[in-house]
Design a protein around this ligand. Structure first.
Ligand code: COA
Length: 255
């Protein structure tokens, strides 16, 4: 299951199926989405942590046994396209997201971490996109987000070889922001979250929109959304609405 808890302006989404190293089923994908939808509407929450239950794994990707018998159409519609939609929604949420990684962070697990803004990891973590070893390919945007984060050459090395990367190498490559001893991983994530929480939430959220827009993620829509909020508070917008209500021609001042 995927759970959501909230306290002191922060929320924690936990991928919690430790007996299977937090492998994701379709049902868990939709639980994840339900929590994202909840957080999109909760203006009290200022940071979201995404983590894995148990101490062996953040997430080892999609449940191999669950998709092994899928037809091509089922794979396309229910696994890949739905995963894209749900993790794009995670990436686009206004609130900053921190992936807190321990143990195995493989396949779809790494792709979820890549959809978060910040990655804080235990120093004994292993990361990989091992899909080609199974005869498939990274399907939840690993081919897109990984090169965007670490550059095409390193992403190609990880994807072509499927080899595991240590926390030390991941930090050096910029794949994770920080690695800390396992026992202090959660404390460090909360410390970063607390610092963000103390800052002005809307200012933080606007910077997220601008940074992601600058990298070409729905740039026009993000500009439109921010500019709509700005335009709403101009004198001209007040005058426009007043003129509509008073059935007269507007007299704009450019303020
Ligand atoms: N899907 C479904 N089940 C998985 C899984 C996955 N992606 N990864 C691990 N599991 C299950 C195992 O089948 C096992 O279940 P069982 O106890 O009922 O047999 C349980 O999780 C524990 O894993 P196990 O393989 O016994 O642990 P390990 O320490 O020997 O190995 C890994 C750990 C992560 C190296 C190994 O499980 C692995 O390679 N998993 C696949 C990772 C992968 O390829 N992910 C991409 C998927 S698209």
């Amino acid at each position: 299951m995927v759970t959501l808890s909230k306290s002191n302006h922060s929320a924690i989404i936990t991928i919690d199926r430790p007996e299977k190293l937090n492998a994701l089923t379709i049902e868990m994908l939709y639980q994840f989405e339900k929590h994202i939808a909840n957080l999109e509407q909760d203006s009290d929450i200022r940071v979201v942590l995404v983590t894995g239950g148990g101490d062996r794994s953040f997430c080892v990707g999609a449940d191999i046994n669950a998709w092994a018998e899928a037809t091509a159409i089922d794979m396309w519609r229910n696994w890949i396209r739905e995963g894209h939609r749900i993790f794009d929604r995670l990436a686009a949420i206004n609130i900053p997201t921190i992936a807190v990684l321990n143990g195995y962070t493989l396949g779809g697990g790494l792709e979820i971490a890549l959809a978060c803004d910040i990655r804080i990891a235990a120093d004994d973590i292993t990361l990989a996109l091992p899909e080609v070893k199974l005869g498939i390919i990274p399907g939840w945007a690993g081919t897109q987000r990984l090169p965007a984060v670490i550059g095409p050459a390193r992403a190609k090395q990880m994807i072509f070889t499927g080899e595991r990367v240590t926390a030390q190498k991941a930090e050096q490559w910029g794949l994770i922001n920080e690695s800390v001893p396992r026992e202090s991983m959660m404390d460090r994530a909360h410390e970063v979250a607390k610092t963000i929480i103390e800052n002005a939430p809307l200012a933080v959220q606007m910077t997220k929109q601008i940074i992601d827009g600058g990298f070409g993620h729905n740039t026009g829509y993000r500009l439109e959304a921010l500019a709509s909020a700005f335009a709403r508070y101009t004198d001209d917008a007040k005058e426009g609405v007043a003129s509509f209500r008073e059935k007269r021609t507007a007299s704009f001042t450019g303020r």
